[in-house]
Design a protein around this ligand. Structure first.
Ligand code: UD1
Length: 420
């Protein structure tokens, strides 16, 4: 288990290049199960979750080679239709195998994802949608068993906007018989990237970019080469690092359009921003203004940036309120930030953050991916030394984050191979 040791208080200067989006890759990779053949997925980030998804697909007979950031995937020999517990327990996005397998091969056995570090994360919407498309779904000893001859189109109205359920349903509907209508579909950029890939594979999808999608099922799809969009959460995390550390930084190879909610809040907090078509420059002011945020589905403020925003607000000049409406329990970072000197009152899903003059380094524990990012950001700002333990969470979703931060002048090092 690795840990990070950070000497805080360094001003950040310079440029970093943003990697491909984890959450897009995790949808694009299983989409290759929908048609036999060879695919190239460009701009795939080098992350633990991508490795887990690769291993999962390999257990099904898929071959995968990585050449820098391009994945070469061959799905000619898919011969097993199962996502075993050992992979699903590491990564909930393994559930994305369900839709493609049942629609293309008529059967799927996928371990039921459990909760995650911060609380329950149901998959009922995925299962209800597949049932509506005609799949027979049973739960057997921790596994979801899905069977179907050929899925049939249906009208699916999601009660909650869900990225995963939209992705799974789309992948199932593209080969179903007839025209499926998906209402209240998620419109996150990662779903748009998946839609782009499915369309390139020959899927017929109307309403792209809206919350109502119409999918006319086809008899067969063909392979396609696609580029993964930039990771808006990585870009946002880097920008908040700059905001916390008196930064003059530039995030390159990102898509500012995907970051509009965060950009508006950074401006409210007093950041000077210069925005191009694929870069964002941030110049931090001396004082950070308190700014309330409430998370919401895209294009709202992302729940995946909530923890980092609390870290930023912990040194703002005044009090702010951060509310998570997507995941009510996603606040495991709060007690750890308090160990660094932050003043935060948590009441259910609302954190009231009273800005303090300074944070002071301490040992803190990562609990999940974005909480870990928030602790690193706070450690970069804190006086003295911060140790962030159990950073394997971070490696799930950030490619070489310490190298990118070092490039900006941060004093952060990884210490490997010991038990912490
Ligand atoms: C995806 C992202 C994750 C992000 C989240 C919300 C991936 C791999 N992960 O997760 O980083 O934090 O979107 O933007 O893309 N829900 C149900 N039943 C379901 C499914 C979801 O009630 O069957 C609820 C969830 O509890 C949550 C809300 O719907 O309150 C949104 O979750 P969802 O968009 O599905 O999240 P994921 O796709 O799991």
């Amino acid at each position: 288990m690795d840990k990070f040791i950070i000497q805080g208080g360094k001003n950040l200067r310079g440029t970093v290049s943003i990697s491909g989006a984890k959450n897009a890759s995790l949808a694009l990779m299983p989409a290759t199960l929908l048609a036999s053949g060879k695919y190239e997925l460009a701009n795939t980030p080098d992350l633990r979750d991508v490795t887990t998804m690769s291993k999962l697909l390999q257990t099904m007979g898929v071959t995968i080679e990585r050449n820098n950031h391009t994945l070469h995937i061959n799905t000619f020999r898919v011969n097993k239709f199962e996502a075993p517990y050992e992979h699903v327990k590491k990564m909930r996005a393994s559930i994305y195998a369900l839709g493609p397998l049942v629609t293309r091969y008529g059967k799927a056995k996928v371990s039921m994802p459990g909760g995650c570090a911060w609380g329950p994360r149901p998959v009922n919407l995925h299962l209800e949608a597949l049932k509506k498309l005609g799949a027979n779904i049973e739960l057997d000893r921790g596994y979801i068993i899905a069977r179907a001859k050929r899925l049939k189109a249906a009208r699916i109205v999601f009660s909650t906007s869900s990225v995963g359920a939209t992705g799974n349903t789309l992948m199932a509907a593209v080969l179903a018989k007839g025209t499926t209508r998906i209402e209240n579909a998620a419109i996150e950029p990662e779903i748009a990237n998946l839609v782009e890939m499915l369309a390139a594979m020959g899927a017929k999808i109307d309403g792209i970019g809206t919350t109502t999608l119409e999918v006319e099922g086809v008899d067969a799809l063909h392979p396609a080469n696609v580029s993964t969009i930039p990771d808006r959460i990585e870009a946002g995390t880097i920008l908040v690092a700059g905001a916390l550390c008196n930064g003059k930084i530039r995030a390159e190879n990102c898509n500012p359009e995907h970051l509009s909610a965060l950009i508006a809040k950074l401006k409210d907090a007093g950041m000077k921003l210069n925005i191009g078509s694929s870069f964002i420059e941030l110049h931090a002011p001396k004082e950070i203004f308190p700014v309330d945020v409430t998370t919401a589905p895209y294009p709202g403020f992302p729940t995946d940036m909530q923890a980092q925003w609390i870290a930023l607000m912990s040194i703002a000049k005044g009090s702010s309120t951060v509310t998570d409406t997507i995941y009510f329990d996603r606040f495991k970072h709060v007690p750890e930030l308090i160990r660094l000197g932050a003043n935060i009152d948590l009441n259910e899903n609302v954190a009231v953050v009273k800005g303090v003059k300074k944070l002071i380094g301490a040992k803190v524990m990562s609990t999940d991916l974005r909480a870990s990012a928030a602790l690193i950001l706070a450690g970069l700002r804190a006086e003295g030394e911060t140790e962030v333990l159990r950073v394997y969470h971070l490696d799930r979703g950030y490619e070489a984050i310490e190298k990118k931060l070092q490039k900006l002048g941060a004093n952060i090092k990884r210490v490997s191979g010991e038990e912490f």
